[in-house]
Design a protein around this ligand. Structure first.
Ligand SMILES: CC1=C(CCC(=O)O)c2cc3nc(cc4[nH]c(cc5[nH]c(cc1n2)c(C)c5CCC(=O)O)c(CCC(=O)O)c4C)C(CCC(=O)O)=C3C
Ligand SMILES: [Fe+2]
Length: 375
């Protein structure tokens, strides 16, 4: 009989995140790390630096990852799952390469990666895989024996991700004044990305018209809107909108921007809006500044009541979902039949990114995919 807690062939889980500054002196070096070779206008960088300085130069993302680590360790321990959990970031300490070095020193040979990004896109998936390849190259240059690295499938449609967000939207609605509640519009918000990278997101056969990125977000938005209708009996109008655009103005990015959307909804007579940041795993700077500061200021100026719903953060249901995904993937790697858990219309996403998935403009080695130069 298969052991329900068998994580073979894996011997560790690596929480891989974006990273963020932890004080004023970290802000500029952090932004330099993020934007190295990415051609982001200096004006935008100065502006984004100000967002961080407004919060004392501290991004909440690192503490949110510490809380997620605790939640994962607690969930694993409570369920008898014996799998150590490590943490590394792409753009700030603890740096990914340092964590991998530590994992190798601890004798970890087969590592499963959980990225704090739930959807397909270059920025949300392949760039994480490129950073894994960069770190493996650094370890290889040091003569270290390289561990095998796999990445968990996209979890946007796992009930442990969707259900806490749906509940968050219900709470945000309940928090609105009663006279505007039933008429409230739902604005599901995610990070804007260039149209060109949206169109090529996901496996090559699905490229075009926003690709997997938009399709996956629409599926989650629909699921949450359906749950809200089932639980309240009210059919709230909804739309997928975007935030945190950077890049040069002449390059098209996904629209509408949340602030333009608030203006447009207000003009169209919407009595209130709930902003649901379904594109993000925790309340990091994109949420605290772009929604809670900037979009709320816009809404106040319009006299439009708004509420922002919660991200999953360290919700125990999200930690349980990760346990489910780890056990699922381990079984798949052992060649066992599994029924992957997924809501919505798209089904569970691939375990291994195929060649051509979320391509970069300038091709670079990426680990943990079919085109990985590493085993
Ligand atoms: C899809 C996506 C996610 C969601 C998936 C995921 O979570 O990975 C995400 C998350 C995040 N983005 C973050 C921060 C930044 N992103 C930037 C720039 C960019 N993001 C992009 C996309 C995404 N970004 C893109 C297309 C760019 C343009 C340049 C480039 O292609 O690189 C810049 C540079 C300045 C600017 O342009 O804003 C910063 C500082 C933080 C940390 C927040 C904190 O500190 O709390 C987090 C979680
Ligand atoms: Fe970003």
């Amino acid at each position: 009989m298969p052991d329900a807690l068998d994580v073979t062939p894996y011997d560790a889980l690596l929480l891989l995140s974006f990273g963020g500054p932890e004080g004023p002196d970290d802000v500029v070096p952090f932004l330099e790390n993020v934007t190295r070779g990415r051609g982001i206008p200096t004006e935008r960088l100065k502006e984004v630096g100000q967002h961080y300085f407004l919060f004392g130069g501290v991004s909440p993302i690192n503490d949110q990852n510490r809380a997620l680590l605790d939640a994962l360790r607690k969930d694993f321990a409570d369920h008898g799952l014996d799998l150590p959990v490590y943490w590394g970031n792409r753009n700030w300490a603890p740096y990914l390469a340092d964590t991998l070095r530590e994992m190798v020193a601890d004798g970890r040979r087969s590592i499963l990666v959980l990225a704090t990004s739930a959807y397909a896109s270059y920025s949300g998936c392949r760039q994480y895989r490129e950073n894994l390849a960069d770190s493996l190259a650094a370890l290889e240059a040091e003569g270290l024996e390289l561990p095998k690295i796999d990445k968990l499938r996209h979890y946007f449609n796992h009930p442990g991700f969707v259900e806490p967000m749906a509940e968050g939207v219900l709470r945000a609605l309940a928090d609105l004044p009663e006279d505007v509640r039933d008429g409230a519009h739902l604005a599901f918000s995610t990070h804007s990305i260039p149209n060109a990278s949206a169109d090529t997101s996901g496996p090559a056969e699905g490229h075009g018209d926003g690709g997997a990125y938009v399709e996956q977000h629409l599926d989650v938005a629909r699921l949450i809107a359906d749950t809200v209708r089932e639980r309240t009996g009210v059919d709230h109008p909804w739309q997928l909108v975007y935030q945190s655009r950077s890049g040069a103005p002449h390059i098209p990015w996904l629209e509408p921007d949340i602030c333009d959307h608030l203006e447009e909804r207000h003009a169209a007579g919407a009595p209130a809006v709930v902003m649901a940041p379904i594109g993000f795993v925790s309340d990091h700077m994109e949420v605290l500044y772009d929604l809670d500061t900037e979009a709320v200021a816009k809404a106040d100026e319009l006299g439009l009541p708004v509420r922002r719903s919660a991200t999953v953060g360290a919700d125990p249901r999200f930690a349980a979902a990760i346990r489910d995904l780890v056990l699922e993937r381990a079984a798949v790697e052992r060649g066992q039949q599994v029924t992957p858990c997924a809501l919505g219309t798209l089904g569970a996403s691939h375990h291994l990114c195929p060649v051509g998935c979320c391509p970069a403009r300038a091709p670079r080695p990426a680990a943990a995919g079919a085109d990985s130069p590493y085993a």
